[in-house]
Write a protein that binds this ligand. Structure first.
Ligand code: PLP
Length: 390
C-alpha cells in the first residue's frame, strides 16, 4: 500500500460509542424518535456555584494564558483537600496529585508511560474500553481478568496465570464499576493492594463514579488501603461526579513515581486545562458536596423505574449501589448484539451490548440512566411492548 499508516492505528477499531452513534444518526435522519440509553453522559446540569466560579474567572485576562502542565496549585490542593475530607487520605499536592484533561486522556497516557511492547496489561472483563485500547496502542498484551457475577462482579485474582503475573506491568480496577455498577468495600482494595504488591504490578484504580452512590453507601478509595501509595494510583474525574463531562477535567493521585512519569509524558503531549475550568473544578472539590445528594437520588429513582420494567419482562439484574448504569442479562435465546439491535430497530431504544466491554460481557447489556425521567419511563414502556410481542 502507498502512504501506509501505523499498524497500531489501522488495527484499532473505532471507539465503541462512535459506531453506535453513527447508526443512531442515520435513524434520526429518517425521522425516528430514538431514546439513547447507550452512552453515560449526565443530562442533569452542573451545579450553579461551579458555573458561577467559571463565569467570574472569565473576566481575568491572566486566565486566558497557558496553565501549568500539572495543573494549578489551587486545583491540586483542592484534590488533596477532597481526599483528606472524604477518605482521610493525605496527599502531597506537588508530588502525589496531577491534573488531567479528563480521566480518559490520563488513563491512556498512563499506559503509554508504563507499558512496553510485549508487556502484559491486566484488564477487567467487562470494563471501560479505554484500558484495553490504550494497552493495544502501547503494544501491550491484554489479559482479560474475568469479573465473576457470583462474586458481585469482582475478579478472583487467583485466575491470573503465573506467566501473566510475570509479564504484567499494570492492572486496572474500577468500582463503582462501568459497565456492571458493581461496588466494593475497603477490604477488597486491601486484598488487591496486597496481591499486586506481592507481584510487583502497578495497580490503577479508576474511580470515575466515586461520588455517584445511592443511599448510605460511600465508595472507598484504593488509597485508603494499607501500603497503597507504594503500588497504586487512582484516577478521578469531575465528569460524572459533578455533571461536567464536557468540561474535561480530572486527576490522578497516588504513587509519586507513577505520577512523575505520567506528568513527563503528558507535558510532552498536552498543555494543561483552561484556567477558569481548573478554578471552577477546585470550587467543586472543596465544596461540602451536599448538592450531590439530590442528583444521586434522581439516579436511584431512575434505576428503580427501569429495574421494575426489566424485571416485568423477565430480565434478571441487581440494583446497583452506585454508578449511572444498570447491567442486565439479555433474555434467553438472544445475544448481546441481537437483543440491542432488536431494541434499536423495533423500539427505537439504544442500549450498549455487553460484548462491547470485553468478551465476558457477552450475554448482557448496559443501560444508562443519564436521560431525563420521562424519556426513561418511555424507554421502559417501549422495551416492554417489544418483548411482549415476541
Ligand atoms: C466516563 C468514564 C471515564 C471518563 O471520564 P472523563 O474524565 O470524562 O474522561 C473514565 N472511566 C470510566 C469508568 C468512565 O465511565
Amino acid at each position: 500500500m502507498k502512504h501506509p499508516a501505523a499498524k497500531r492505528a489501522e488495527a484499532l477499531p473505532p471507539y465503541t460509542f462512535s459506531k453506535i452513534q453513527a447508526k443512531k444518526k442515520a435513524l434520526v435522519e429518517q425521522g425516528l424518535d430514538i431514546i439513547d440509553l447507550g452512552i453515560g453522559d449526565p443530562d442533569l446540569p452542573t451545579p450553579g456555584f461551579i458555573k458561577e466560579r467559571l463565569i467570574k474567572e472569565l473576566d481575568d485576562p491572566a486566565n486566558m494564558r497557558y496553565s501549568p502542565f500539572d495543573g494549578t496549585r489551587e486545583f491540586r490542593e483542592a484534590v488533596s483537600t477532597f481526599y483528606r475530607r472524604r477518605f482521610q487520605v493525605d496527599l502531597d499536592p506537588d508530588t502525589e496529585v496531577l491534573m488531567l484533561i479528563g480521566s480518559k486522556e490520563g488513563l491512556a497516557h498512563l499506559v503509554l508511560s508504563m507499558v512496553d511492547p510485549g508487556d502484559a496489561v491486566i484488564v477487567p472483563d467487562p470494563s471501560y474500553p479505554v484500558y484495553r485500547m490504550a494497552a493495544h496502542l502501547a503494544g501491550g498484551r491484554i489479559y482479560d481478568l474475568k469479573l465473576r457475577e457470583a462474586l458481585g462482579f469482582r475478579p478472583d485474582f487467583r485466575d491470573i496465570p503465573q506467566d501473566v503475573l510475570k509479564r504484567a506491568k499494570l492492572a486496572f480496577l474500577n468500582y463503582p464499576g462501568n459497565p456492571t455498577g458493581a461496588t466494593v468495600d475497603l477490604a477488597f482494595f486491601e486484598e488487591a493492594v496486597a496481591f499486586f504488591a506481592e507481584h510487583g504490578i502497578w495497580l490503577v484504580h479508576d474511580s470515575a463514579y466515586n461520588l455517584v452512590t445511592f443511599g448510605d453507601y460511600q465508595a472507598p478509595s484504593v488509597l485508603q488501603a494499607e501500603g497503597a501509595k507504594d503500588v497504586a494510583v487512582e484516577f478521578g474525574s469531575l465528569s460524572k461526579a459533578f455533571n461536567m463531562t464536557g468540561w474535561r477535567i480530572g486527576y490522578a493521585v497516588g504513587n509519586r513515581r507513577v505520577i512523575q512519569l505520567l506528568k513527563t509524558v503528558k507535558s510532552n503531549v498536552d498543555t494543561g486545562q483552561f484556567l477558569p475550568i481548573q478554578k471552577a473544578a477546585a470550587a467543586a472539590l472543596t465544596s461540602d458536596l451536599s448538592v450531590l445528594a439530590t442528583r444521586n437520588a434522581i439516579y436511584e429513582k431512575r434505576a428503580d423505574v427501569m429495574i421494575q420494567a426489566l424485571k416485568a419482562i423477565g430480565m434478571s439484574l441487581q440494583k446497583p449501589k452506585g454508578s449511572i448504569f444498570l447491567w442486565a442479562k439479555v433474555p434467553d435465546g438472544e445475544t448481546s448484539a441481537s437483543f440491542c439491535e432488536k431494541l434499536l430497530e423495533e423500539a427505537g431504544v439504544i442500549l450498549t451490548p455487553g460484548s462491547a466491554f470485553g468478551p465476558n460481557g457477552e450475554g448482557y447489556c448496559r443501560i444508562s440512566l443519564s436521560v431525563p425521567d420521562e424519556r426513561l419511563v418511555e424507554a421502559a414502556e417501549r422495551i416492554r411492548r417489544v418483548t411482549d410481542r415476541s
